[in-house]
Structure formats: C-alpha cells, structure tokens
Design a protein around this ligand. Structure first.
Ligand SMILES: Nc1ncnc2c1ncn2[C@@H]1O[C@H](COP(=O)(O)OP(=O)(O)OP(=O)(O)O)[C@@H](O)[C@H]1O
Ligand SMILES: [Mg+2]
Length: 234
C-alpha cells in the first residue's frame, strides 16, 4: 500500500533521514521503533508532506506522492495522529472532530462520527466541552478520533500512548486493534516497544536516520539487540 524507497530528509544542515526504505502492506499493522531523535516522527511527517524529501520516493497505492501537498495526501487516504495530541484547545470536541473531515466531500461523515463515538463513548459524553479542558487521555482519544474522521485507509500514529497511565495505555492498544479490525492499515510509532512489537505484523528499527533491523514483531522481540536496547533486558 505504502512504499518508501531511499528517502532522505534534511532540516537545514541536519541529515535526519539517511536513505530509508520501508513498506506498509494493506491491512497490516507496521511499527517503527527507535531511540529519541532516530527519525521516527520525521518519517511520518515526510509521508504526510509536512517535510519535503530531498531525494527518494514515497508511493501510495502505486501513485508517487513524494511531492504531493498534505491536503492531497489526506484526500488520498493517509492521516496522522501527531506526537503530543495537537487538538485545538479552544474548539469543542465536536468541532475538533468535524475539522478532521474538512477535506471530505462524501456523505458518510456522520457514519464515521458515530463510529468514533462508539470507539470513544467518553468523547460523545463530552462533545460540547472545549478540547483544552479534556484530560490528557481524553485529548489523545480526540486526536485519534479526529484522524479517523478523514476516513483514512492508512492511519499513522506517533506515540499514542505517551504519558498515559498504564490502564489507558492498554485501552489505546485495544482501540488500535479495533480500528485495524475495521479494515484500516496502521503505521505505529511507539516508545512502548514491547507492546508495539507484540501487536505489529512487522517492525522496523531506526537508528540515527537509518533502518538497522527489520522483521516480524515476533522476530524482533527475540533479537538480543532489541531486547537489550529497546526492552531494557540484560
Ligand atoms: N524542525 C526541526 N529542525 C531541526 N531539526 C529537527 C527538526 N525536527 C527534528 N529534527 C532533528 O531530526 C532528528 C530526528 O527527529 P525526529 O523528531 O524524527 O526523531 P524521533 O525518532 O521522532 O524522536 P522522539 O522519539 O524523541 O520523538 C533529530 O536529530 C532532531 O533533532
Ligand atoms: Mg518523535
């Protein structure tokens, strides 16, 4: 579904991605793990067109989207839940959700709103509340809900469990499973490498702008270097 070939991204003089290649097949859950600053968020930003590729190609369903605008990319079916739950604090829950659907012209927005409310009943109860007054966990749910309102075929999530209490972390992982079972393809970045690798069909390990390891979630969980560096085992 998504194919990245030899992608290079710079921020000024910083070479953040040094030739990344990866694949996200349809209906799979793929995870990217790596230390702080490895280039995980940059990879998602490049896919969304928020940072430009210096070279390399990004293809989505056979179409080259390397130079496409973010709006075009959303319309083609890719959305992202950004790092740090960027909801609009002065808008209500409902307004935030409808903003997620702003590029849509189809008639199924209401259907997807009902789906988001069934995934997150808490958001339905609080639909008139200003997003800035939601708890951290509720804001994370809203950020996921807003991304789903674009009706993406590929949903990318940048550390959705960051800063959440253990019970909520489990809930977010359950929600990811449920979203996946509704036919969405998922590209997930997680600090919680163990949970991500247990959930994912396939994973990539990033180190300072390069992919250093790749394999099924099971394979990566069994690798010594992954266990030491990312799972904190001796
Ligand atoms: N806007 C920016 N300007 C300059 N450098 C940047 C910018 N954004 C990211 N970088 C640099 O690019 C590299 C990759 O950053 P990125 O945010 O992709 O890492 P990450 O893997 O998501 O890390 P984390 O786990 O901390 O979120 C880092 O060295 C970072 O300092
Ligand atoms: Mg990041």
């Amino acid at each position: 579904m998504l194919n990245i070939q030899n992608l290079h991204v710079y921020y000024g003089g910083i070479h953040a991605l040094e030739g990344i290649s990866l694949e996200v097949p349809a209906n799979k859950i793929i995870t990217l793990i790596g230390a702080n600053g490895a280039g995980k968020s940059t990879t998602l930003r490049a896919i969304c067109g928020l940072v430009k590729a210096a070279s390399g190609t990004i293809t989505f369903r056979g179409e080259d989207i390397t130079q496409a605008s973010t709006t075009q990319i959303v319309q083609k079916g890719i959305t992202m839940v950004p790092e740090g739950r960027r909801v609009f604090p002065d808008l209500t829950v409902l307004e935030n959700l409808y903003l997620g659907a702003y590029t849509r012209k189809d008639a199924d927005v209401k259907r997807d709103l009902d789906w988001v409310f069934s995934l997150f009943p808490r958001l339905k109860e609080r639909k008139g509340q200003l997003a800035g007054t939601l708890s951290g966990g509720e804001q994370q749910m809203l950020a996921v809900g807003r991304a789903l309102m674009a009706n993406p075929s590929l949903l990318m999530m940048d550390e959705p469990s960051l800063g959440l209490a253990p019970m909520l972390v489990q809930e977010i992982f359950n929600i990811i499973k449920e979203i996946h079972s509704e036919g969405k393809t998922i590209l997930l970045i997680e600090q919680n490498a163990r949970a991500a690798l247990q959930l994912a069909d396939y994973g990539y390990v990033l180190e300072t702008g390069r992919i250093v390891l790749a394999g099924s979630g099971k394979e990566l969980l069994a690798r010594d270097e992954v266990r030491k560096v990312y799972l904190g085992e001796e």
